[in-house]
Design a protein around this ligand. Structure first.
Ligand code: GLP
Length: 253
């Protein structure tokens, strides 16, 4: 696992994603606020004709169950509004939270990712309780796409996108932790002091379902990119900084 403590995580993560971009590549996209600077940077590079996502497709991590796709805060809407409507990506797919048969939809989504050849690089945010995707504490470290119930903490964190916390759905469809681990490269972005405890638990804590993001420690290619406030609880911060400053030129993300 590489931990990068930088003032501008959005640019660094955009570099990490861009290195995978080529026709036929499959990107894993995340929603929430954390990836927004990454998407803005990738769109800017596209606008300047420095980056093309032609021939690239994408899958999102998760979706609210029971929220209409047309709702402004469905992840179907959010990923299009914030990213894919503004760049030449071939197509983006997500789990269908309106499906009548949710377990069947979960199985279909898993199969669609496999049919696409698997995800080359998966972008991740992290919840204040350590969730990735919508895998809340207690999620099986081997889990596949399935329905989950949100914690009250996550519903309160996400209430800012809705009129009130009561409007935040209780249920979601999310790629499982095992699904996420199947991607070739995992890139997690976290910013701000509210993420400091979750980042420390994920990177330096025990691998435990209580902190779902700690499962990243089991993957062989992980890049964690954080700003200084999000890095504030990392005990080995000086080591991560030294490692980054002395990285051999030939070594990529
Ligand atoms: C959301 C999403 C996650 C996201 C996390 C943090 O609920 N399901 O994919 O990483 O919670 O969100 P934010 O980046 O807005 O803090």
């Amino acid at each position: 696992m590489e931990v990068l403590i930088v003032d501008d995580p959005g640019t660094v993560v955009a570099d990490a994603i861009a290195q995978h971009v080529q026709p036929g590549a499959v990107l894993g996209l995340a929603t929430g606020s954390s990836p927004l600077p990454v998407y803005r940077e990738l769109i800017d590079r596209h606008t300047r004709s420095e980056l093309s996502l032609a021939g690239v497709r994408a899958f999102t991590l998760d979706e609210y169950v029971g929220l209409a796709q047309s709702h402004a805060e469905s992840y179907h809407s959010v990923i299009r509004r914030e990213f894919t409507d503004h760049i030449d990506l071939d197509r983006v797919d997500g789990p269908d939270g309106e499906a009548k048969d949710i377990p069947a939809e979960a199985a279909r989504y898993e199969a669609a990712i496999v049919e696409a050849g698997g995800i080359d690089v998966q972008l991740l945010g992290i919840g204040t309780d350590g969730h990735i995707g919508f895998n809340e504490p207690g999620s099986s470290l081997m889990s596949r796409t399935r329905v989950k119930t949100l914690t009250q903490q996550t519903r309160e964190d996400n209430a800012r996108f809705f009129d009130s916390v009561d409007d935040v759905p209780h249920h979601v469809l999310t790629q499982g932790l095992g699904t996420i681990l199947d991607a070739g490269h995992l890139v997690l972005i976290a910013t701000g002091s509210s993420k400091a405890n979750a980042v420390a638990a994920a990177v330096e804590g025990p691998v435990a379902a209580f902190c779902p993001a700690s499962v990243l420690q089991l993957h062989q290619h992980v890049t964690v990119v954080v700003d200084p406030p999000a890095a504030a609880q990392l005990r080995l911060a000086a080591y991560y900084r030294f490692t980054a400053e002395n990285k051999p030129d030939w070594q990529r993300f």
